[in-house]
Write a new protein. Sequence first.
Length: 175
Amino acid sequence: MKKLYYVTDTSSLIRLLRSNEFTRLVSTAYVAIPEDVLGEIKDKESRFLLESFLERISIINPPTNIINFIIKRAHEIGSIAEISKVDISIIALAYYLKEKKYDVIVLTEDFAIQNLCSVLGIAFSSVRPRKIKWVFKIKKKCNVCGEVFDVLLDECPICGSKNYKLIKKRTRKIS
Ligand SMILES: [Zn+2]
């Protein structure tokens, strides 16, 4: 039984379908999307490809409680404005599968999705990995002592202050 799921956003799914990558990925893993993604594929050629590969795509809608949890986290890290309803479903699906003990990789080139994935500990990659050189991670910066710390912490680990601002930090190179 396969243990790995690739959860894709709309543009990555189209890119997969248009290349040989899709066939390669589904030979060793599942490709999964929430139903919302289907509605975003509108052009004729992509719809045709989608219909011909549909049997091999897992369409799974994440439970409402997980969607609400993801929305809450997006609010907390200040990225809710950058993220669409469909993006939330994609991240919620990845989180749900991860909770079910599957290995999950989100395929996306969208920085807002990538940032939220890093906060939630979800792995992500790009169908065109060479295009992305850096990952931006959202951190908290203490307004009192200047310490930069993880968004999961409620207060500064150095001085204990709860007075912080959110910053984007360039953290690592993917390729
Ligand atoms: Zn501090």
